[in-house]
Design a binder for this molecule. Structure first.
Ligand SMILES: Nc1ncnc2c1ncn2[C@@H]1O[C@H](COP(=O)(O)OP(=O)(O)O)[C@@H](O)[C@H]1O
Ligand SMILES: [Mg+2]
Length: 144
């Protein structure tokens, strides 16, 4: 599934809709450049699960945990040096956590340690086509 949003709010609203199709135990890999809307979409998904806290990239702590209707584990792998670091930090334990939802920004920095069964969301800014507020969002369910 592929859509184009035309504003930050549209991306958040798309996140609300996506939340309806997500369930505890799902691992969502968010892939896209800086400013492509990963945090914005995460915010929408979290709102869809009635998270009341502020949703911001866990840049310094690697993981934020929110309590909505289900626990949500929000990661940002931007500062990760290698995928082994994920294993060393024991972060992969969360991926097997069946009661919560994992949302991972910059997931492409550690694809090899993510579960093969995951939802991949690729975000692309259409900035270069002079569409400053357009973002292409492609959702794929990987289930090998
Ligand atoms: N259609 C859109 N969807 C999401 N963000 C948008 C959109 N158009 C413009 N923006 C802006 O792009 C930026 C996206 O930031 P953010 O979600 O933090 O990106 P990332 O987490 O991928 O680095 C925000 O400043 C937001 O206002
Ligand atoms: Mg971000």
């Amino acid at each position: 599934m592929k859509i184009i949003t035309h504003s930050e709010n549209e991306t958040i609203e798309f996140g609300h809709k996506l939340a309806d199709s997500l369930k505890p135990g799902d691992v969502v890999a968010l892939i896209g450049e800086l400013g492509s809307g990963k945090t914005c979409l995460t915010r929408g998904i979290c709102q869809g699960f009635d998270v009341k806290e502020d949703v911001t990239s866990p840049t310094f702590v690697l993981i934020n945990e929110y309590r909505g209707r289900i626990p949500i584990y929000h990661f940002d792998f931007y500062r990760l040096d290698s995928s082994e670091e994920v294993l060393n930090l024991g972060v992969d334990d969360y991926f097997n956590e069946k009661d919560g939802l994992c949302l991972i920004e910059w997931a492409d920095r550690a694809l090899s340690v993510l579960p093969a069964k995951r939802i991949e969301i690729k975000l692309t800014s259409l900035f270069e086509q002079n569409k400053e507020f357009d973002r292409e969002i492609e959702v794929s369910h990987l289930n090998p």
